[in-house]
Write a protein that binds this ligand. Structure first.
Ligand code: NAD
Ligand code: AKB
Length: 315
């Protein structure tokens, strides 16, 4: 049975990944950590400990006292927020992750770190972006993600650590709202569609980005962590994506359920610039071949489920 510690557990991913892991491995075997406890199932359904990931000593003590064999390191500052708070983004995303890697090395745990489509930049091929290609990102978030992909490979090669990672696309979900990213519009649009029947997009028409529904992201994390290491030619980090759309594409999908939905635009230059620097669509063949990546939701299946669940949530 696994013993898993999750950092940044109160965020968009952690608030769904922690209950998912507790369902698979037992509540008592998944320790949620974050800066502070919040209300909700993550903090009520099993063990919780406060942890600032930049505190390396506390990190190592906590892995030891929980007898962890796996560390899932989610704590981070996302792309748009990172451009507003560059020093904080570097401190949490790089220094916090180095503290996490060192604690995991000291305690001999498997280490999972989410990378992102942000690890690519304007000079990366934008269509069918290969697994191994040019990575010259232009955001502090992306620079940190490339640094961490390389560091995780280094810890694997140098110390034999079992490091594994995924390049997540924009994730769409209905439990916790996203925490300051560029792909957030693709979550907000569903909430506004249900609340008011209209949405004003900060991303311009014609701007395509990779996306995935949260259940497929949770499944991907578990599949990669359970994968036979002998089959992993890559480790940090695998391209994964389930769909690629622009604001007009997601609006059309919403209109197939809510025909009167309307979309207009007030483009935000910061997030638009970031979106344009990222790929339009990833090549995910390495993930399929090496550990059986197989997302279930396409855009319309996700839209039907999101609209139903957001409607139920908003009453
Ligand atoms: P989020 O912003 O929703 O949550 C991040 C969590 O980290 C928050 O709960 C916050 O309190 C915590 N945190 C911040 N600083 C901390 C610190 N110093 N110590 C401990 N905790 C701290 O983020 P998310 O969307 O859940 O993303 C989790 C990870 O996945 C991040 O590394 C992010 O880069 C990556 N990722 C997310 C997406 C996405 O679409 N959500 C896509 C690609 C990659
Ligand atoms: C963001 O937009 O910053 C994140 C990501 C794709 O890394 N959702």
């Amino acid at each position: 049975m696994k013993r898993i510690v999750v950092t940044g557990a109160g965020g968009q991913i952690g608030s769904e990944l922690v209950p998912h892991l507790r369902g698979l491995y037992g509540s008592e075997n998944v320790l949620a950590t974050d800066l502070r406890p919040l209300a909700g199932p993550v903090f009520e359904g099993g063990p919780f400990a406060p942890l600032d990931v930049r505190d390396g000593r506390a990190f190592s003590d906590l892995l030891g006292s929980f007898r962890a064999d796996t560390l899932i390191h989610l704590a981070g500052i996302l792309s748009a927020k990172g451009e507003d708070q560059v020093a904080l983004a570097w401190d949490v995303n790089v220094n916090g992750s180095v503290a996490a890697l060192e604690a995991a090395r000291e305690r001999g745990t498997t280490f999972f770190l989410p990378s992102s489509i942000a690890a690519f930049g304007p000079s990366t091929p934008h269509r069918d972006t290969p697994q191994d290609t040019l990575q010259r990102p232009t955001t502090i978030y992306g620079v940190a993600k490339v640094t961490l992909e390389l560091l995780c490979d280094y810890y694997h090669l140098k110390f034999g650590m079992d490091t594994r990672g995924l390049r997540f696309p924009g994730l769409i979900s209905h439990q916790a709202l996203p925490g300051g990213g560029t792909t957030d519009y693709a979550v907000h649009i569903y909430y506004d569609a249900v609340r008011t029947g209209r949405y004003t997009s900060f991303i311009a028409p014609g701007t395509f980005m990779d996306m995935m529904y949260m259940p497929d992201a949770l499944d991907a994390v578990v599949r990669l962590l359970e994968a036979d290491p002998a089959r992993l030619a890559h480790r940090n980090a695998f391209n994964i994506s389930a769909m690629s759309f622009d604001p007009e594409g997601i609006a059309a999908s919403i209109r197939r359920v809510l025909p009167s939905f309307t979309l207009d635009y007030a483009v935000d230059p910061l997030r638009q610039g970031i979106a344009e620097s990222w790929p339009d669509s990833l090549d995910c063949s390495a993930a399929r071949e090496e550990w059986g990546f197989a997302p279930r939701y396409d855009l319309d299946a996700m839209t039907r489920d999101m609209l139903e669940r957001v409607s139920a949530k908003l009453g």
